[in-house]
Design a protein around this ligand. Structure first.
Ligand code: SF4
Length: 374
């Protein structure tokens, strides 16, 4: 890393540092792992979750939902663009041809250590350092914005930051199912590429129990509508959401709903009861019995075995902490996952191997990976 003393004349950076100190924009906490590390520009188009009732979810509890106006979102995008311009100018002054590098960060932070505390600066800098190619619109359900406003905001983002090749967001099935095909197409055509949808389960009894606020029919309608409008759909399901008692119905109905949607991506997010949630209390008071690692794998076999999809099936999160016979993880954890139907037999073979591994090894792996459970 370059030291400040290595830079020809850091005093030239002062005007840029002063500008960068003034520039910021709203950045939330949550994004999918596939928007990974600091590669995606994070921009809040709403704040928190308008539903906020799912019994297993702790993400936005204690925070009220906020619509953001198009003017506020555009002002944030303008701030990102201004940060990019200041960084390019500072880089040029240092003879770095406008490139954003770690050395540029070192020079700027040497002049103004407080810049690291500015979430807008840190987010924009890391995004540029990663190539400036992807953006994720926060928070839990961007489809809550009036469709015309979301389309205007996305179009503005695309026009202001032309290096973007992919823009994605979270969306709830309930809201998607209410949107007209024309509205969804308008948002897609404005430049929103991918929707991350929390399916969790396709079982109606479980959907009601965990207060997901949506039915399996609405999940199917939402997923199909999104795909018909041209979106890539990334659907998340939650192994063990039914616990021991309901794992068979959870598996069968989740496979039924996922097969009816046939999303581009299916991502496994096994249940981890989080402190502060109703689900955590149910588990602690033994009103809900979690499955063992082998029982979870059996459930996985029922789900995967019944899937009739042409999706990518992904285990791209450390919660999928089963281990293979020779150690190491049972499943690949990359963001593109296993190609179905071609690799379905391979995934089934991995599950059989996982079932041959003693349960204690799976438990140890969960502890090592710091997957909190009860
Ligand atoms: S809709 Fe999503 S973010 Fe909102 S409470 Fe449910 S799981 Fe959490």
């Amino acid at each position: 890393m370059l030291e400040s003393s290595d830079v020809a004349d850091c005093s030239d950076l002062r005007p840029h540092v002063e500008q960068l100190r003034k520039l910021s924009f709203k950045v939330g906490t949550y994004r999918p792992p596939s928007e990974g590390g600091s590669a995606s520009l994070l921009l809040r188009v709403t704040e928190n979750c308008a539903w906020n009732r799912c019994t297993f979810c702790e993400m936005y509890k204690q925070h009220r939902f906020v619509y953001r106006s198009v003017e506020d979102i555009k002002a944030d995008i303008d701030a990102v663009r201004a940060i990019c311009a200041e960084l390019a100018a500072a880089s040029s002054k240092l003879g770095m041809e406008g490139k954003v590098t770690r050395e540029l960060a070192a020079a700027l932070i040497a002049q103004a250590p407080d810049l690291v505390e500015n979430p807008g600066f840190a987010t924009a800098f890391n995004w540029l350092l990663s190539g400036g190619r992807t953006a994720f619109l926060q928070d839990a359900d961007s489809m809550m914005l009036p469709p015309q406003e979301l389309a205007v905001a996305v179009a503005y983002l695309r026009q202001a930051l032309p290096s973007l090749v992919r823009v994605t967001t979270y969306a709830r099935s309930k809201t998607l199912a209410r949107r007209t095909p024309a509205h969804l197409r308008a948002i897609r055509e404005a430049g929103l590429d991918r929707l991350h949808i929390g399916l969790e389960t396709g079982d109606d009894e479980l959907l009601a129990l965990v207060r997901k606020g949506v039915t399996s029919d609405e999940h199917i309608e939402a997923g199909r509508k999104a795909i018909a409008a041209g979106f890539q759909v990334s659907a998340y399901w939650m192994p063990d959401l039914g616990g021991r008692e309901r794992r068979r119905q959870h598996a069968e109905n989740t496979a039924r709903v996922l097969s009816a949607i046939d999303p581009h991506y299916i991502r496994s997010r096994p249940l981890v009861p989080r402190p502060g949630t109703p689900m955590f209390d149910e588990v602690r008071e033994r009103r809900f019995l979690l499955s063992s690692p082998h029982e979870r794998l059996e459930e996985l076999a029922w789900t995967i075995g019944s899937l009739e999809v042409s999706s990518r099936v992904c285990f791209d999160h450390m919660m999928n902490a089963w281990v293979a016979r020779r150690g190491g993880l049972l499943f690949r954890q990359d963001y593109e996952g296993y190609r179905f139907p071609e690799e379905k037999a391979l995934v089934m073979e991995r599950i059989r191997e996982g079932l041959a591994v003693p349960e204690s090894m799976h438990r140890d792996a969960r502890k090592l990976m710091r997957v909190r459970s009860l």
